[in-house]
Structures are given as structure tokens and as C-alpha cells.
Write a protein that binds this ligand. Structure first.
Ligand code: NAP
Length: 353
């Protein structure tokens, strides 16, 4: 490990103003440089000084910028405070005997800052001998992989031959949800935001077919074509019009794990789209169920063992879009709202790890 000085300059992202609607801009999130003491006597007991290595860019971060408690996250960012995200850091000073300098650690709320001093609570060490790449701890073995697993394995439990539909199919959750459903022997169709991504989900992630929802804008007609025998499972990542269209095609006892509704995140709630045909759920006895991965943490070990096994056997592939440098945070976040990403978006903070 290179020598770390007792005092460093560190760039960090902070919330400058609330973003109630639209994609967040540099009016809302700003980068500033602070001087930080990493001298041993400046670090309180039970704390770690960390160098940030990777940051996970997740759509829910958007919902923490409104200053309100909304339907997704219970922990809004505070004005003028450094923001936090799921990330991986390297311990550069430790005031906790369970951690040593050089340890690589994961945390769900790590400051988005080049360096930070944080309480050593909830940190998980990554085995230095693991064959898994560090970014994969934020994708297939991280929140998106776990959300896909909860959606498919815990809530939907599709049978072989079930007709499964997945929206935002080429993104973090979508790529794994599709692959897990294929491993269960299902017929899997995805929607995504470009022709290249349709190709990607078929060629890389094994989807049977897919469509570009920007081109095939009559979702009802598209679903009639792709699901002549109806939909048994829909993993909803986007909500809005797509969810409404799906409800016209569900089979009896269909299951709809509601993972997220990204098409609604940039709108204040009164402007969010309603779903007019919920009535279809009654006659078809559909089970639609929202979930948050944090409520399933007791099953994380089971998930991680299964996913690691699939990866080692080449049964599940991951694709990470790595953006370089902490300055890329705002553009990286915007990319998940514009169809300009594919796979899981991750920031690598330093050019070399
Ligand atoms: P992601 O798929 O990597 O990125 C989001 C994707 O959504 C984008 O790549 C974009 O792809 C698509 N998208 C953006 N705006 C859209 C719109 N208006 N209409 C339709 N699609 C749009 O993100 P992720 O991390 O995997 O998350 C996917 C969903 O799961 C999100 O709703 C997220 O909040 C949710 N999630 C939930 C949990 C949980 O615990 N419940 C955990 C993780 C994630 P294309 O437009 O190219 O398809």
C-alpha cells in the first residue's frame, strides 16, 4: 500500500439544493474539495479512515434528493452534507481492532468522497483472495443481483415454461433477473431502451426475445405479440404505462414483484402516472408485491452462495459500466435515467486500484 499522508485533500459530493422533479443537475449536487486529517490522533475510537475505491450508482439515490420521505427510501440526504451510496473502500487508518490498514470493505452508506473518516459500524470485509472482481460485489453480488434474486427466487418462483417479462432488462437488476429466470427454465422477454440493448439481452444474458420500448411505444400491442399465451411473472423495474399494459396480459395467479418504478422517480407524486386497470388483478387473482432488499437480508448468505456458484460455472454473466473518477458521479447518475447506460453503472474512483 502506498504511503498515506496525515492530511489529504479530498473531493466530495454534497447536496446543494433539493431536487423535487427532473433528473438532478449541478444545481442540486456539487463537488467540493475539503482538507481532511488522517493522523492517528484525529480518528476517533471505533472509526476507520477510508480511501474510496468504487461507488454503486443506483436509481434510488435519486429519491434521497427530494428532502422528503417518499415511497422508496427512508433516509433523505441533508442539505450541505456529503451524500452516501453503496461503495467499496480501502482502510488507510483503523481505530477498530477488527480492521487493519489495507482491508477492503463494503458499506451501504459510504460517503461519496475520495477519503472519509467513518464509524466502523456495518462494514463488511471482502476476502483478499476472492476470485470475484471488486465491481462485481456491487453488481451480481450486490444490491442489483440480490434484488433480482429476491424478485425471481423468493417472490415470483416461476415454474419451468412460465412466461416471464422483465422491464429495464439490460440494467443492473434486469440482467440478473432474466438470467435467473432462464435458469429456472422459463421463457423470458425483456424491454429496454435501444436496439443495441435488445441485442445485448438476447446475446449476453440469454433472453428469448425483447423489444425497444422507445420504438415500440404501443406497449399493449407489443405485449400481445410477445406473450400470445399471457404473462405469468412480471418483474417491474419501471412502473407507469408499462405496468398498466402488463395488467392487460396477465394470466390467472400471475405474480408481479414490484422492484422499482424508475419511470416515476423524476416526478412529484401528483404527476406520477396512475394504473387504471388494477381491476384486472381481482379476476385474475394476481399477486403484486412491493419489496425492498433490506427486508430480505437474512437470506443474503443463501443468495450470495448461489450467485457465486452460478458465476463460477459461467451460468450467470455480469456487465458493469465503469466510469472513471469521482467527478463522474452526476453524469453517472443521469445515465440511469436516459437509457445511455448498459449493465450496472459503477464509478471507479482512482485510475488504479
Ligand atoms: P439500472 O437498470 O441499471 O438503470 C435503470 C434503467 O432503467 C436504465 O438503464 C434505463 O434503461 C431504464 N429507464 C430509465 N428511465 C426509464 C423510463 N422512464 N422508463 C423505462 N425505463 C427507464 O438500475 P437498477 O439498479 O438495476 O434498478 C432497476 C430498478 O430496480 C429501479 O427501479 C430501482 O429503483 C429498482 N431497485 C429496487 C431495489 C429494491 O430493493 N426494491 C433494489 C435495487 C434496484 P433502458 O431505458 O435502456 O431500459
Amino acid at each position: 500500500m502506498g504511503e498515506i499522508c496525515d492530511e489529504v485533500e479530498s473531493r466530495e459530493w454534497y447536496l446543494a439544493s433539493y431536487a423535487s422533479e427532473g433528473v438532478p443537475t449541478s444545481d442540486h449536487l456539487k463537488l467540493r474539495t475539503v482538507r481532511l486529517s488522517l493522523a492517528a490522533d484525529a480518528i476517533p475510537d471505533g472509526h476507520l479512515a477510508l480511501e474510496l475505491l468504487f461507488v454503486s450508482i443506483d436509481p434510488y439515490l435519486r429519491s434521497r434528493m427530494t428532502g422528503l420521505l417518499d415511497g422508496l427510501h427512508s433516509d433523505p440526504y441533508q442539505l450541505n452534507q456529503v451524500i452516501t451510496a453503496f461503495g467499496i473502500g480501502k482502510v488507510v487508518r483503523s481505530k477498530n481492532s477488527e480492521f487493519e490498514e489495507g482491508d477492503i470493505v463494503l458499506h451501504p452508506f459510504i460517503p461519496v468522497a475520495e477519503y472519509c473518516v467513518v464509524k466502523s459500524h456495518m462494514f463488511k470485509k471482502i476476502d483478499p483472495n476472492t476470485a470475484i472482481s471488486l465491481p462485481d460485489f456491487l453488481s451480481c453480488l450486490g444490491v442489483p443481483g440480490f434484488a433480482a434474486w429476491v424478485g425471481i427466487e423468493v417472490l415470483a418462483e416461476p415454474k419451468p415454461g412460465s412466461n416471464v417479462f422483465i422491464s429495464a432488462a439490460s440494467g443492473g437488476v434486469g440482467m440478473f433477473a432474466g438470467q435467473l429466470a432462464k435458469l429456472r427454465g422459463c421463457r423470458v422477454i425483456g424491454s429496454t431502451g435501444s436496439d443495441d440493448k435488445v441485442k445485448l439481452i438476447k446475446e449476453e444474458f440469454g433472453y428469448d426475445d425483447g423489444f425497444n420500448y422507445h420504438k415500440e411505444t404501443d406497449y399493449d400491442a407489443a405485449l400481445s405479440r410477445y406473450f400470445p399465451n399471457g404473462i405469468d411473472v412480471y418483474v417491474d423495474n419501471v412502473g407507469g404505462k408499462m405496468l398498466e399494459a402488463v395488467l392487460n396480459h396477465v394470466n390467472k395467479f400471475a405474480r408481479i414483484p414490484l422492484c422499482g418504478m424508475i419511470s416515476q422517480y423524476n416526478k412529484v407524486w401528483r404527476e406520477r402516472e396512475g394504473v387504471r386497470n388494477l381491476l384486472n388483478m381481482v379476476g385474475k387473482e394476481v399477486r403484486m408485491e412491493g419489496f425492498m432488499v433490506r427486508s430480505h437480508l437474512h437470506r443474503f448468505g443463501e443468495f450470495a452462495a448461489a450467485m457465486e456458484g452460478y458465476m463460477k460455472q459461467g451460468k450467470v454473466k455480469s456487465r458493469n459500466k465503469i466510469n472513471l473518477g469521482i467527478h463522474s458521479f452526476l453524469d453517472s447518475l443521469a445515465s440511469v435515467f436516459s437509457s445511455s447506460n448498459d449493465g450496472k453503472v459503477i464509478i471507479q474512483v482512482k485510475p488504479r486500484v
